[in-house]
Design a protein around this ligand. Structure first.
Ligand SMILES: Nc1ncnc2c1ncn2[C@@H]1O[C@H](COP(=O)(O)OP(=O)(O)OP(=O)(O)O)[C@@H](O)[C@H]1O
Length: 619
């Protein structure tokens, strides 16, 4: 931030009006004789009555005059380059305010991954695109791009808006007196007087990450950018914020904000306790002008349209609503029709987080923070510490069917015996400890799949014989298994493991796309099915995971994310993973196996460390 020196600059130029058209914003600035238009990007932080300073030079610089005559950067637009660990590798990120045509196109295409308030039942080929209601007030949109394989790819965006009108956790946290000397912001009681300072709060209203890149912690990168932007650029009439808030249902399942310094202040109240009561007062003519009352009036209209359709009396429906709202989970007590009709009017409590944007304000927020109880159960106890394999051999035994054609082959290749015995694996000795990823490599047909099968204590085969020792003799094994094809992914996994844990596991394999959750398994792509099966495996209680053809159906980005998460999970949960793949170039650096078993056709094998193996493959 710059301090103004000259007297002329001190007062700045006054913005008389602003208007927006397409991707541009026009600000009319009061001149001595005539007013001058300024052409800016759509979300430039300039509003009516702001006082601005225009710099000289080739690149047009514009500042808004803030408190204590400090200058707040407006133009050129905000752009932040930073590094990010993407599936174990450092990559470049660029997070900028939308400024060009192509930024807007990218933003609009990413917007299709945010479903709230969008009618998805429209035919996608029709000319009417799904529409979203506009959000009023000041707004900033930051677009994130990631450099992968030397190309910049749009990876997501974050929106910052004005704060929520009502937020119980904030009321509670701000009930203590606050005094920020440097910024001359203070309140004795938030309820009495403090609320007029609501513009000292900015809000993260939307975080959207491209579904193809989910699971790589990119939402946290966006949140960090929003913090930086709010500190440096966000203002209302030159007054900069001291706090940044976020509340979202998604935070119940994936906490991507605590790691960025946000504090959990409790769950919002929702409207369950007041809805039934407010409906009566609105019906009786309550005309409150507060935002809350206008919201409740909107809900009343929904309620009336449902009544029109069903022919219920006002009192019937109101008391029905009051009845279901008493339950912890009202949805369970409604039929589908009722749920679809009343869902828009019932707001459930959702987690609310806040960060102070400087040391003093953050210390104030921190004092009110408390730890959120995590839903979902802890991972089950592992029952083994290590698998030890000694002199493992797998030989195949095969009786040649004596047909006319097989005799032709036997003659041609000089085969004289009727039964063929071949050594496929071993003798092989190795051990694998809990918390390690053991990669089984080697060319096609060398015995990778057979080795995995032979590590399953339940394995039986008519055509192959296993000898040698594997200890312990018993342990729980997990393979990738196809769920029933007609079941919806989320439904199927939630029935088995509960919704909280399911959500977490799907996020770990990079599947957090709402529509995928709802589709039947058979409607998913091969790669999506693979990830769904992997999530199922993560949720199970197996000690040993046997993963064949690992990531063979996945694109390089997803494969890297999945491999990285698999390694993290194996380490964190003390599982033992055996991972086999003939082609691994697209994920091996992210998997970084602890050990590599390199098999050769005919039973040969080498036991290598990752360092030894990676040194070999890089040469
Ligand atoms: N159940 C079995 N009984 C006898 N022989 C088998 C059995 N399964 C596989 N084989 C043989 O063992 C050898 C190794 O097969 P395996 O499927 O383990 O190879 P792989 O390394 O996984 O190959 P790919 O990378 O092509 O999948 C092959 O020659 C195959 O014919």
């Amino acid at each position: 931030m710059v301090n103004l020196k000259s007297d002329v600059a001190k007062s700045g130029l006054q913005v008389v009006s602003v208007s927006t058209k397409g991707i541009r914003k026009r600000a009319i600035v009061k001149g001595r004789k005539t007013n001058t238009p300024l052409d800016l990007h759509r979300f430039a932080m300039i509003g009516e009555n702001d006082r601005i300073v225009i710099g000289d030079g080739i690149e047009k610089r514009i500042w808004v005059i803030g408190e204590k005559k400090q200058l707040i950067d407006v133009s050129p637009h905000f752009s932040w380059q930073t590094k990010h660990i993407f599936a174990g590798n450092e990559v470049e990120l660029r997070i900028s305010e939308l400024s060009s045509d192509s930024d807007f196109r990218e933003y609009i295409s990413l917007e299709s991954f945010h479903y709230k308030g969008v009618d998805l039942s429209q035919d996608p080929s029709s000319a009417d695109k799904p529409t979203r209601k506009g959000t009023g007030g000041r707004r900033a949109v930051l677009l994130m791009q990631i450099k992968l394989h030397s190309r910049w790819i749009s990876a997501g965006y974050i929106e910052i808006q004005m704060p929520l009108m009502m937020a119980k956790p904030r009321h509670n946290a701000f009930s203590r007196p606050f005094s920020h000397r440097e910024r001359a912001v203070e309140w004795k009681s938030w309820q009495k007087g403090g609320q007029s300072l609501v513009n000292r709060i900015a809000r993260i209203a939307r975080v959207v990450v491209n579904p193809e890149l989910r699971g790589a912690n990119l939402s946290s990168a966006l949140v960090n950018a929003a913090i930086k932007f709010s500190r440096e650029r966000w203002h209302i009439g030159g007054k900069r914020p001291l706090f940044l808030e976020i509340s979202a249902e998604m935070l119940r399942h994936i906490d991507f904000v605590s790691g960025c310094g946000f504090h959990y202040l409790g769950d919002t109240e929702g409207n369950r306790t007041r809805l039934a009561k407010d409906l009566v007062s609105i019906k009786n003519g309550a005309k409150g002008s507060s935002g809350i009352m206008s919201l409740q009036r909107k809900y009343h209209a929904f309620f009336e349209s449902y009544r029109d359709r069903t022919g219920l009396t006002f009192e019937d429906l109101r008391s029905r609503l009051a009845e279901v709202l008493q339950y912890e989970d009202p949805w369970k007590h409604m039929d589908l029709e009722e749920w679809l009709a009343l869902r828009p009017v019932i707001r459930s409590p959702i987690p609310y987080y806040m960060i102070g944007l400087d040391e003093a304000s953050d210390a104030y927020v921190r004092e009110a923070a408390y730890t959120r109880k995590k839903n979902g159960s802890a991972s089950p106890q592992r029952s083994i510490d290590e698998i030890h394999v000694s002199n493992l051999e797998v030989n195949s035994k095969f009786k040649i069917p004596m047909t006319q054609h097989s005799r032709l082959i036997m003659d041609g290749f000089g085969i004289t015996t009727k039964t063929i015995r071949t050594r496929i694996i071993g003798p092989l000795s190795f051990s694998a400890a809990a918390g390690t990823v053991n990669f089984v490599a080697g060319s096609s047909g060398c015995g990778k799949s057979l080795l995995l099968a032979s590590l399953d204590p339940r394995w039986k085969s008519k055509s192959a014989v296993k000898t040698g020792e594997v200890s312990p003799k018993r342990y729980r094994v997990g393979w990738l298994e196809q769920p029933p094809s007609e079941a919806s992914l989320f439904e199927h996994l939630s029935n088995k493991h509960g919704p909280e844990r399911t959500f977490d596991a799907l996020a770990r394999v990079g599947l957090t796309e709402a529509l995928l959750f709802l589709k039947p398994f058979e409607m998913l792509s091969r790669g999506q099915r693979y990830r769904a099966m992997l999530a199922d495996l993560l949720l199970g209680d197996a000690d040993v995971w046997l993963l064949d053809e690992f990531c063979s159906d996945l694109d390089p980005f997803t494969a890297k994310i999945v491999a990285h998460k698999l390694r993290e999970t194996v380490q964190a949960e003390g599982r033992i993973a055996f991972v086999a793949a003939a082609n691994h170039s697209h994920f091996i650096s992210a998997l970084r196996p602890h050990k590599v078993l390199f098999l050769s056709t005919g039973g040969g094998s080498e036991d290598l460390t990752w360092k030894e193996y990676s040194h070999g493959i890089l040469q």
